[in-house]
Ligand binder design. Structure first.
Ligand SMILES: Nc1nc2c(ncn2[C@@H]2O[C@H](COP(=O)(O)OP(=O)(O)O)[C@@H](O)[C@H]2O)c(=O)[nH]1
Ligand SMILES: [Mg+2]
Length: 716
């Protein structure tokens, strides 16, 4: 990987600051391909961290450094790049958190939102806004996260800035207003009414071309009104409407306050290719976006679940930090990306690691993700400020900042780090449930242990990966967010752990039961030469109601089956039930009555009666119909109202039984149905394409039900 290093990277030391007030944590959000990763390159160049930008195409960007990212030419994980910017009011450190736009990697986006205090919504001038991005905007709305919109790719052949702007306003609301108008090789500032021209990587200021006068006036009017509406000074609107020219400084102050409050969202046009707009964007980030001091901390508890109040973004406060991402580097080992909420982390310190306390956070059960509960001390290895994969040593890391910690062996993604003497635990952030099951096996049998170990490590790093070892189907099932996610997991298994993995057809854990009562005669007799075997038994089998399991009744009279061999018959029947009698699925919900049998004084044995028991069950099964039972899930789908019909008819087509619908919020509906598991193994993919990513669903096991004969017969 070293040979692919971005050789154009500047040698600049990591920007360090001594106050949270000088930090901005900014997450980049937007559709896949909208230009986020390239924008980070452009901003790094604008701030002098890089001499020249890398490209996604060549795999030379700072943020897309992972093997999978270079191969796929798109981001699959979040990454961090920090840069210093001095906009004239002192040096500010900007931590840019690049996230993948593709839906499979939404777990990385969630982690990015958690680590950040403000968000840039990056929209391509040639495309627009997709459904998932709208949803993230609404989520940001709910928590009042400050946001700005960047319209990228101004130079694109199909770029249409005006269109992209209207799309963004339609999607995000009327508080989304442009601060600049793209013009020629630069931008016109609508407040300053100056033309910022970019030539040869430098910005110069001039008067705008008079031909823009009309456009400027119109947009400027809308912008000023928008700002004044947000102003806390109520007299301002009257003065403005009365014809007073409002001082630009007053407007800028009001604008910045409204942006920081999360009630006004400036739009900045950018061309990453030429650098146009990068300095303007850095100015919005440094002066409009709030520092971590203004961000309310997530809920804090002690590991025993007692709420802890009063923690703030104080560098001298108790240590409170969180692992937002974990990666493994073949050379460096484990690297944990950490957001510090309170206190200061120093190298060589010992910290307390706590995490995944299912008992009092309920729902997000770490256990099902293959995570362990943590409550232990661990020493910090190296401390650094990452620039993509490059680690720049950090002397210390203060509250509000982001950093990488090397060689933590216990801490996993989502864990809280705190003082050894004052253990704390943060309420976990909302992680998405993986809903696509992929069954896998090691290509070589000898690799099975390596596969298990590799999967465990990957699941510890990635909270959106769940590993299931199914005891009924004996399959290893990876629960993933989608196929692109599973590809990344399989790639990592082969590249990092050297295990070649085959995906195999997923077996849904079906079960068998008797369709009706039947009798079975089991005769296991071998008396020719050597030690003889002799056992005969007669059984009656009846189906029991669902969920009854297995009942064994002994009705033998007169010692036809000797006492000591009755448990042998039962054992043989149980063993046969585990293997099944039809398609090889375990048999459940039957009562077996042992009626009669025969024994031989010398040749009968425990083993012989076990064999006879199994045989008797097979015979009984052959005499009647074996019915298949299938697991049925309760599926809840959250959809925009206009898709309710489409989703319901799709569910019906999957043999789903509709239970009802509930209105959720203004324009969403929750559709509930019971659907057989075999019909929804790929539902996450199908629902995404049916709804263009606007719907989500959950599923939970409800019960086993008889499978229709027409479908069961195909399995045998
Ligand atoms: N013409 C042009 N192409 C761009 C610009 N920014 C990004 N791209 C291209 O758009 C594609 C997607 O960019 P990328 O940064 O990976 O988008 P992301 O998925 O949002 O990170 C890449 O091929 C980039 O080279 C830009 O400003 N102008
Ligand atoms: Mg990207």
């Amino acid at each position: 990987m070293a040979d692919k290093a971005n050789t154009s990277q500047g040698t600049g030391a990591a920007p360090a600051v001594d106050s949270p007030a000088a930090i901005r944590n900014v997450v980049l959000v937007g559709p896949s391909g909208s230009g986020k990763t390239t924008l980070v390159e452009a901003l790094l160049v604008a701030s002098g961290v890089l001499n020249r930008p890398g490209t996604v195409l060549d795999g030379t960007t700072v943020c897309d450094f992972d093997d999978a990212e270079i191969r796929q030419q798109r981001s699959v994980g979040l990454s961090l790049a920090s840069l210093p910017h001095d906009g004239g009011q002192g040096k500010v450190k900007i931590n840019l958190i690049d996230t993948p736009g593709y839906a499979d990697f939404v777990g990385e986006l969630r982690a990015g939102l958690r680590a950040a205090d403000c968000a840039l919504f990056v929209i391509s001038a040639s495309e627009g806004v997709d459904e998932p991005t709208r949803t993230v905007w609404q989520e940001c709305d709910q928590v009042g996260m400050p946001r700005a919109v960047v319209i990228t790719k101004l130079d694109h052949a199909r770029a249409n800035h005006q269109n992209a702007l209207s799309t963004a306003q339609a999607a995000f609301g009327d508080k989304v207003l442009p601060l600049y108008l793209p013009a020629g090789d630069g931008l016109i500032g609508l407040l300053s009414q100056s033309y910022f021209e970019y030539a040869g990587g430098k910005r110069s200021v001039a008067a705008p071309d008079p031909s823009y006068a009309g456009q400027i006036e119109e947009l400027r009017g809308t912008l000023i009104e928008g700002i004044i509406e947000e102003s806390e000074d109520e007299s301002l609107m009257d003065r403005y409407l009365g014809g007073e020219e409002i001082d630009q400084k007053v407007l800028i102050d009001d604008l910045e306050r409204a942006v920081a409050r999360g009630s006004f969202f400036p739009v900045i046009p950018v061309c990453s290719a030429s650098g146009v707009g990068t300095l303007e964007l850095l100015e919005v980030i440094t002066s409009g976006f709030p520092s971590p001091l203004e961000h309310k901390l997530p809920d804090v508890f002690t590991p025993h679940g007692v709420a802890r109040q009063g923690l703030t973004c104080d560098t001298a406060g108790p240590l409170l930090a969180e692992v937002v991402k974990t990666t493994s580097d073949p050379y460096v080992g484990r690297v944990s990306l950490v957001r510090v909420f309170s206190g200061t982390i120093r190298p060589d310190a010992t910290v307390h690691v706590s995490g995944h306390f299912t008992s009092f956070f309920g729902d997000h059960d770490g256990a099902s993700h293959g995570h362990e509960d943590h409550d232990e001390d661990e020493r910090i290895g190296s401390l650094s400020f990452p620039l993509g994969k490059t680690q720049r040593p950090a002397g210390q890391v203060i509250a509000g900042d982001l950093c990488a910690i090397g060689r933590l062996t216990r801490a996993e993604t989502g864990d809280t780090l705190s003082d050894k003497a004052d253990p704390l635990l943060l309420r976990p952030w909302n992680m998405p449930e993986p809903l696509l099951p992929i069954a896998v096996q090691a290509h070589a049998k000898t690799d099975e242990d390596k596969l298990g170990a590799g999967l465990q490590r990957l699941a510890a790093e990635d909270p959106t990966l769940r590993i299931e070892q199914n005891p009924e189907t004996h399959q290893i099932v990876l629960w993933c967010m989608g196929e692109a996610h599973s590809d990344v997991v399989l790639d990592a298994l082969s590249n990092r752990y050297g295990v070649t993995v085959d995906t195999v057809e997923l077996r849904v854990p079906l079960r068998e039961t008797f369709g009706g009562p039947a009798k079975g005669h089991g005769r296991h007799v071998k008396q020719s030469g050597g030690h003889g075997q002799y056992a005969v038994c007669d059984i009656e089998v009846e189906p029991l109601p669902g969920g009854s399991g297995f009942e064994f009744v002994d009705k033998v009279v007169g010692g036809a089956v000797p006492r000591q061999f009755i448990p042998s018959v039962e054992k043989g029947i149980r063993a046969q039930m585990e293997k099944g009698v039809g398609a090889g699925y375990p048999m459940v919900d039957i009562r077996v009555t042992l009626r009669d049998g025969k024994a031989h004084s010398v040749d009968s044995s425990d083993m012989a009666f076990q064999m006879a028991g199994g045989l008797a069950l097979r015979e009984a099964a052959a005499a009647t119909k074996v019915a298949m039972l299938e697991p049925v899930d309760l599926v809840s789908v959250l959809v925009p109202d206009d898709l309710v019909g489409a989703v319901m008819s799709d569910l019906s087509g999957r043999r789903g039984r509709l239970l009802g619908t509930d209105k959720v919020g203004e324009n969403r509906t929750l559709v509930k149905a019971e659907v057989p598991q075999v019909e929804i193994t790929r539902y996450s993919i199908d629902l995404r394409s049916l709804s263009h990513g606007s719907a989500s669903f959950t599923r939970e096991f409800a019960r086993y039900e008889p499978m229709p004969e027409s479908i069961a017969s195909k399995l045998k």
